[in-house]
Ligand binder design. Structure first.
Ligand code: AMP
Length: 531
């Protein structure tokens, strides 16, 4: 572990549970709900529902079964399953005996799952019904003492005591191991502690005085930090969490309306599509208080539409798995900007309590002045103590005094609003200058002959690296590389201009339409700047 927590300048916020006591570990969430919401439905799926009492007793039964099986504090319990009651029971059972829940991305192939098993070395693995095909056999995972599915799970916990085994994890014990959605190499295990989660749960939305029954919905997998923290936040507030995943946007609207959801989480495009449904305008949305989102900036027209059609408040969060979800938030008031303050809506908001943010020049590692771009560094009690058994990755990502390098490019304004730019590894360093591809791309897109364009760095004998454009011509356009380069020199500084342009028919994108710079760099790995 590389982070030096003692040097943090801000105190670590601690969440309160239902009984007003501090949340030190995940088990405290359920412990403090006892006697308060026992008969409230905690989890509701399409074919089951489970109350807080059931979640508490079944997770205690599982905890006893695991203990009897020799599971000790720090042992890993892997979960390879869609969102369901077993998933949350395992997370709480692990917390009640100090074990570590290790959720695995269900979209991974059998080979990838096996590789992850080698990393986290679980003693127990739970596999959901739909995930059985990609799950490894028990003897393929060294040290795996037990492989459970829904049926054997029921047999495993049957007859076990229903009282809480009562393990009191300290805030710095690891509660959950999540794996980064890394696109290259083996995903890294990210350790998240009770303190990380407690800080996350402590967040209070300014102006949110709603104290009626809460129905939450976050159609995001629990193996992702957004899904898990949303679920835990929902449990800490005694909400009913709707688990059925919608099949499409019309189905999402029916779910939100039929279940009278009060707190929803999604991405901006979901909110946009909802507001554009013709039937949405006349629907009764009065139950919907708040829509949280992240992952992309929110266009102003979508904000206005959400306020008008859905009538709810909006909250944006920015964060990473390594920071246990959000480190900044754009609050409801920021989404209702007074004239002249529309710019902030394009930001990801301000640092949450307990979070320090600075912007660092990736080359010099020095903090840059307000307004200048660089890499976003984060410090505070939300940040992981480190990767699982990867000291070389810790050394790359964490500084001695506890700053975590996010890899995101960004800038802060004078009021502390954070604006995100390119991922830092997409940044081009030419000579001593940093070039942000997004800026060059937005300039080049203004050329009438260009339909779309991506800018990458290519090796340059003289400058180390130089910007290079890969462009798609507009239908019928005859524009040449030289014309584009000459034109760009009239728009932006010479060092930012592409040294070459290659025309292609399409740019590589992922299914969500996100440009795949990594693929582009691989495709054009033999390019170099002209000498
Ligand atoms: P993950 O660790 O898989 O959750 O991915 C974290 C990454 O998602 C961050 O490093 C950002 O690049 C991106 N991200 C998260 N929140 C936002 C946001 N509100 N706006 C834009 N990008 C975001």
């Amino acid at each position: 572990m590389t982070s030096a927590r003692q040097s943090y300048e801000l105190p670590a916020p601690v969440a309160e549970g239902a009984q007003g006591e501090p949340i030190r570990n995940l088990a405290d969430i359920l412990r403090q709900r006892r006697g308060i919401s026992d008969d409230v439905v905690a989890l509701k799926g399409s074919d089951f529902s489970e109350t807080y009492r059931e979640l508490d007793t079944r997770s205690s039964q599982l905890a006893h079964a695991l203990r009897a099986d020799g599971i000790e504090p720090g042992d890993r319990i892997a979960i390879f399953s869609a969102n369901n009651q077993y998933f949350m029971e395992i997370v709480f059972a692990a917390a009640k005996i100090g074990a570590i829940a290790a959720p695995i991305n269900t979209r991974l192939s059998e080979k990838e799952v096996l590789a992850l098993m080698g990393t986290c070395e679980p003693k127990v693995l739970f596999v959901g019904e739909a995930e059985k095909a990609a799950a490894p056999a028990q003897d393929a995972v060294p040290g795996l003492a037990r492989l459970l599915d829904a049926q054997s799970y029921e047999e495993y916990i049957a007859g076990q005591p229903t009282d809480d085994p009562g393990y009191e994890a300290t805030p710095d014990e690891v509660a959950v191991l999540l794996f980064s959605s890394g696109t290259t190499g083996l995903p890294k295990g990210i350790q998240l502690t009770g303190r990380n989660f407690s800080t996350n749960l402590a967040d209070k939305i300014p102006g949110d005085d709603y104290d009626g029954p809460r129905v939450a919905m976050a159609p995001v997998p629990f193996f992702h930090v957004t899904g898990l923290t949303s679920a835990l936040g929902s449990m800490n507030k005694g909400s009913t969490l709707i688990l059925r995943l919608p099949t499409g946007i019309a189905d999402l609207m029916s779910l939100l309306i039929d279940e009278k959801v009060t707190h929803a989480v999604g991405v901006p495009t979901i909110i946009q599509m909802l507001t554009q449904l013709p039937e949405a305008k006349d629907a009764d949305w009065s139950h919907l208080k708040q829509f949280g989102y992240g992952g992309a900036p929110m266009p102003l027209p979508v904000i206005y539409a959400a306020h008008e059609v859905l009538g709810c408040e909006l909250v944006q969060g920015y964060g990473l798995t390594e920071t246990c979800a959000a480190v900044t938030a754009l609050w409801p008031d920021d989404h209702r900007p007074k004239p002249g303050r529309e710019r902030q809506v394009g930001s990801v908001g301000k640092a949450l309590p307990g979070v320090e943010i600075k912007i660092v020049d990736p080359a010099t590692k020095q903090e840059v002045p307000v307004g200048e771009r660089g890499e976003v560094y984060v410090r505070g009690s939300r940040v992981t103590p480190g990767y699982w058994n990867r000291p070389e990755e810790d050394a790359k990502a964490f500084s001695e005094d506890g700053w975590f390098a996010t890899g995101d490019g960004g800038s802060l304004d004078e009021e502390g609003y954070l604006y995100l730019h390119d991922r830092i590894k997409d940044m081009i360093v030419t000579g001593a200058e940093n070039v942000y591809p997004a800026e060059v791309e937005s300039t080049l897109s203004g050329h009438p002959g260009i339909a779309e364009v991506a800018v990458i760095g290519v090796p340059s004998e003289k400058w180390g690296e130089s910007p290079y454009a890969v462009a798609v011509r507009r239908p019928g356009a005859q524009v040449t590389a030289e014309e584009i380069i000459d034109w760009s020199r009239e728009q932006i500084a010479h060092y930012k201009c592409p040294v070459g342009v290659t025309f292609v028919d399409v740019l590589p994108r992922n299914p969500n339409g996100k440009l795949l710079k990594r693929v582009l760099r691989e495709q054009f790995s033999d390019l170099a700047a002209p000498v």
